[in-house]
Design a protein around this ligand. Sequence first.
Ligand code: FAD
Ligand code: A2P
Length: 297
Amino acid sequence: MAQNVPLNLFTVKSPLAAEVIENKRLTALSRGPKNDVRHLTLRYKEKYAYLPGQSAGILPPATDPVTGKPHKLRLYSVASESAGDAGDGQTVSLCVVRHFWDNSVTGEKNIPGVCSNYLCDVKVGDSVSMTGPSGRHFIIPEDFKHRDFIFVATGTGIAPYRGMLKELFDRGYEGNAALYFGVQYGDVILYDDEFEAYRKHKNFSYFKAISREQANPFPGEVPTRNNKMYVQAKMYVSREALAESLKKPDSMMYLCGLKGMEEGIFPVLEKIGQSLGTQDSFVAKLKAEQRLKVEVY
Ligand code: FAD
Ligand code: A2P
C-alpha cells in the first residue's frame, strides 16, 4: 500500500539479528508433525520495514553437510501487517509449516527440512538471522480503496493475506474482498478466528475448502484429485460472484501457496472469462493487465 517498497535492507553478508518473542502452534495438537504450523513473531531493534506480500529471508544456523558451506537462506512470506503484530514497527511475523521430504535416491523417508524445522523449534529469546525484505510483485496497490480483491490460498499461502486484510479494513476499504482458503482439515485452518471476524464487514466473504472433509460438488466441471474439495471447486461454486468482481477492470486476484495450485485454478478462470464473453485467454488478459499475481512454492 505504498509506492516506496523496502527491498533487501539486510543481506546474507549483513543480516539482521531478531529475537523470537512468540512461537505459537496454529493447528490442533492431535494432528501429526506434517500439520504442525507455527506463528512466529520476531522483534528487532533496527528498522526492518516491509509490506504484506513481501518475504523475509531466514538464515538457518550451521553448515550444509552436502556443500560444507553455511545453509542457504529460505524465504517466508510476511504474515503480519507492516506495523507488525505489536503495532510498533519493530516486529515481523511468519507462518511456517514443518516440511518433510523423501529422498528417492537413498529411499530415506520423512527427512526434516532444514529451515522449517529449525524455525518451528525456536524458543522465545532465541536469536534468528534475517535478510530482506524481498519481492515487490505480490503487494497490494496503493490505490486499493475501491478495487475488488480475490485472495486464494492453500496452506501457509494464507500468510500474506493476514496482513493485507488487516491493512485493508483498518484503512477504510470499500471494495469487495473474497478469501478462498484450502486446508486439509477443519482443525488446521490457519488464523480462522481472525478471518471469521472480518465477516462483520459486509464487503468481505470467506470460503473454506476443506479437502479431506468435504467433497467436490462439481467433479465433472472442475476435476480434483479423488474428487476432493479444493479451492478451485469452491471458486466454481461462487463463479457468478467472482465474475461480478472480475468484470471490473481494476479488480485483482492473488494466488499463494502450493506450487501447481494455479493449474487447477486457471481453467476455472477461463470458464469465468467465457461467461464474460472473453474471446481469448482470460488468464493471459488478467496477467497482461497486472491483475493476476501468483506466488507459489
Ligand atoms: P529443505 O531442507 O530446504 O528441503 C526442501 C526441499 O529440497 C526438499 O523437499 C527436497 O526436495 C530438497 N532437498 C533438500 N535437501 C536435499 C538433498 N540433500 N538432496 C536432494 N534434495 C534435497 N514456507 C512456509 O512454511 N511459509 C511461508 O510463508 C513460505 N513462504 C514462501 C515464500 C516464497 C516466495 C518461497 C519461495 C518459499 C516460501 N516458503 C514458505 C517455503 C520455504 O522457503 C522453504 O522452502 C520450506 O520451509 C522448506 O525449507 P526447509 O529448509 O525446511 O527444507
Ligand atoms: P490434500 O492435501 O487433501 O490433497 P497443504 O496442507 O499440503 O499445504 O495443502 C493445503 C491444501 O491444498 C490441502 O487441502 C490440499 O489438499 C490442497 N491441495 C493440494 N494440491 C492442490 C492443488 N493442486 N490445487 C488446489 N489445492 C490443492
